[in-house]
Design a protein around this ligand. Structure first.
Ligand SMILES: [Fe+2]
Ligand SMILES: [Fe+2]
Length: 274
């Protein structure tokens, strides 16, 4: 079972890169599942209905969100009609939508997707991510109730992400971080078999500041004052994520990072297909 996970899609350049590359990737990598984080796909803040629909129409099986889940307010109602969109499981007790879901491929393979928010250095106080994950992972068994599983750890601190990775070790196929928008180079297998990477990186223009045009963030850093709004950088995006091939017991047989197009591809060559 071949899975592609892509990190936070930022603005138009991220959406365009996905539209340009995903249909071909889906064929070339013989993908059974494509999961993308799209919490910044609409003008850098949240995800509106039009953009959600167009991302799903490209062949995406599941969209995860994040702390920006409901920044576009129409998502509050849309997520209740669209089970392919997953919001963080510990966002709020009253949040609409689901924090996890099991998706079935045309070949009948089942993938569990869960998203969880961290608590360290986040702007809002979210509830305990460890017990939230337990509530899902103890109710199902990798290799029995589903063929593979992915946990999107949406958090700021690398330490907390690693702790959540170890919490899931041996219970899920892949733990992948999102939210910081910078890909980390620590893709590896944890002791009990789970594949882990601290952050997938964003699908956005790396010639900005975490996907935003650098002018306003620079002004805020230099002066401590807000002068305007953040707007997404509009250069070519790098598509960033992880490819995982999951075997018959639910654990990965192989995995490699994906970094295609834009500024990052100029430095790091594309990994060979396996
Ligand atoms: Fe985020
Ligand atoms: Fe993000």
């Amino acid at each position: 079972m071949n899975i592609l996970f892509l990190g936070d899609i930022v603005g138009r350049s991220g959406r365009d890169a996905l539209a340009k590359r995903l249909p071909r990737l889906r064929e070339d990598l013989k993908l059974d599942f494509v999961i993308v984080n799209a919490e910044n796909a609409t003008a850098g803040v949240g995800l509106n209905v039009d953009h959600a629909r167009s991302i799903l129409e490209l062949g995406v099986d599941c969209i995860t969100l994040g702390d920006h889940a409901f920044d576009q307010r129409e998502m509050i109602t849309y997520i209740q009609q669209e089970p392919r969109i997953i919001r963080p499981i510990n966002f709020a007790k009253t949040a609409p939508g689901n924090g996890s879901g099991i998706f079935t491929s045309p070949k009948g393979k089942k993938l569990l997707v869960v998203q969880v928010l961290g608590q360290v250095f986040m702007k809002k106080n979210f509830s305990d991510p460890f017990s939230a994950l337990d509530s899902v992972l103890t109710a199902s068994t990798l290799g029995k109730t589903h063929d593979g599983s992915l946990v999107d750890v949406h958090a700021e601190a690398t330490s907390e992400k690693m702790a959540l990775g170890h919490w899931c070790d041996g219970r899920v196929s892949l733990v992948i971080g999102t939210h910081t928008h910078i890909p980390t180079s620590d893709l590896h297998r944890l002791n009990k078999g789970t594949i882990y990477q601290t952050d997938a990186g964003m699908c956005g223009d790396y010639n900005g500041i975490i996907g935003m045009d650098s002018h306003e963030p620079m002004q805020r850093f230099i002066t401590g004052m807000s002068r305007g709004r953040f707007i997404p950088a509009n250069g070519e995006a790098t598509l960033c994520g992880v490819f995982v091939r999951v075997g018959s017991f639910g654990f990965a047989e192989s995995a490699y990072p994906v970094r295609m197009g834009g500024a990052l591809e100029q430095i790091i060559p594309r990994q060979p297909d396996t």
